[in-house]
Design a protein around this ligand. Structure first.
Ligand SMILES: C[S@@+](CC[C@H](N)C(=O)[O-])C[C@H]1O[C@@H](n2cnc3c(N)ncnc32)[C@H](O)[C@@H]1O
Length: 394
């Protein structure tokens, strides 16, 4: 039996599922223990099906749906995917490629619209937006290797559907400088990029996204959230937490590698600062879970802990590779800022963008209502139709 028929039978069995997005949500989504609506993979697939089912060419439909289905199978709650960057895996960490509830909202916003996904890595979100009704989707990443993955993927789509997508390799602050892109995009999705940017670079990023956005258009920003620290300091805290992953190689003959991370808390509200200048609180291991890493740092003898702290402080000061005694720091990278509602909002306070919605998402990418569980924070901003005028009060 043809894939289309199987899928149609499977999904059309859900009552009213094709009659609109709210019906889709009612029919298949569920509510988690925090009261948040949980979108299922089938809900997202239904949006694909709805877009293509009117096409009389069965071969076209099959390839279109297979393409979308593959992305959903590979991405939905399956695994964090490492991002290759400059030949190094994990420079930008690893993340669930899809935030289902956030993506579902953006699919609704993108109907018939021109969409840009910046820093898209392997482009899962951009592709799904194009396959669920966006008219035109630009997928951007600075890394050729990521765009290459997108290109390879794109070739699997029917030729006509390929025309929805434009792949743009390069720095998103540079490649859209041409005046033709100013005010060109109805929807811009920037996921997991802003927390890697500080000071002028972040201002440049915000200014660029603002310029590219059409009046009335929506900018969706996802950033690391302070998560469980938010419980301690409150969602309105203006503190920033800079998380830095430091790889420590133990050279005491065991050949063992420890990967420890540390949080650096900034005591004031300055944003135009180099986080590395700040005093560091003791190393904590919050990114690696499980027995192997649990208390990895605190289980070291205290003199060693002290030496690590000294060593890491030196490295922060020098910004370089360090070596001391038994330990060598082999990498020092992946610095990122974790945001609260207040600090993410504040980052955009020089614009007149209006916050439409804020969503917290957990480690599995799902929206949650509990701040403590929040791994990421997504803000949906809208550019006023008559922008550039007075700031819109929140
Ligand atoms: C943490 S990954 C996020 C990938 C994807 N958006 C996601 O949420 O899973 C950051 C991505 O930003 C890309 N990137 C970094 N700086 C960039 C820039 N200036 N312009 C475009 N892409 C950039 C990296 O290559 C990487 O793919």
């Amino acid at each position: 039996m043809k894939i289309y028929r199987i899928l149609s039978m499977l999904f059309l069995a859900i009552p009213h599922a094709c009659s609109g997005s709210s019906a889709v949500m009612k029919s298949a989504s569920s509510v988690d223990q925090t009261g948040a609506v949980r979108i299922k993979k089938e809900d997202l697939f239904m949006k694909v099906l709805k877009t293509v089912q009117g096409n009389p060419d069965s071969e076209y439909r099959n390839r279109y749906m297979r393409f979308a289905n593959t992305i959903l199978q590979e991405s939905y709650e399956v695994a964090k995917r490492p991002v290759m960057s400059a030949g190094r895996e994990n420079k930008f960490g690893a993340a669930y490629p899809i935030h289902p509830e956030v993506l579902s909202d953006i699919m609704d916003l993108s109907q018939g619209k021109t969409v840009l996904e910046v820093a898209a890595a392997s482009g899962e979100n951009g592709f799904l937006l194009g396959l669920t009704g966006a008219e035109k989707v630009y997928i951007n990443d600075i890394e050729e290797s990521e765009i290459e993955k997108c290109r390879a993927r794109l070739s699997l789509l029917p030729t006509d559907a390929q025309k929805i997508f434009t792949l743009v390799q390069g720095d998103c602050l540079e490649v859209f400088k041409d005046a033709q892109y100013t005010g060109h995009f109805d929807v811009i999705y920037a996921r997991n990029i802003i927390h890697f940017l500080y000071g002028d670079k972040r201002e440049d990023f915000i200014g660029t996204m603002y310029r590219l956005l059409k009046p009335g258009g929506c900018l969706i920003i996802t950033a690391n959230a302070i998560g469980r620290m938010m419980q301690l300091i409150g969602q309105n805290s203006r503190a920033y937490v800079f998380k830095t992953t430091t790889y420590l190689l133990r050279t005491d003959g065991t050949g063992r590698c420890e990967s420890l991370s540390r949080d650096i808390e900034v005591e004031d509200n300055l944003v135009d600062v180099d986080p590395l200048r700040y005093k560091v609180v003791p190393l904590v291991n919050i990114t690696k879970k499980g027995p192997k890493y649990e208390n990895a740092f605190s289980s070291l003898e205290s003199s060693l802990q002290e030496r690590i702290n000294d060593l890491v402080s030196d490295v922060y000061e020098e910004g370089d590779i360090g070596k001391k005694g038994k330990l060598t720091i082999i990498k020092h990278e992946a610095q990122s800022i974790s945001y609260t509602h207040a600090t993410l909002y504040e980052a955009f306070s020089n614009t007149d963008l209006v916050v439409l919605k804020t969503l917290l998402t957990d480690h599995f990418g799902h929206v949650v209502n509990s701040q403590g569980a929040a791994h990421s924070l997504t803000m949906l901003f809208q550019k006023p139709l008559h922008s550039g005028q007075e700031k819109v009060a929140q």
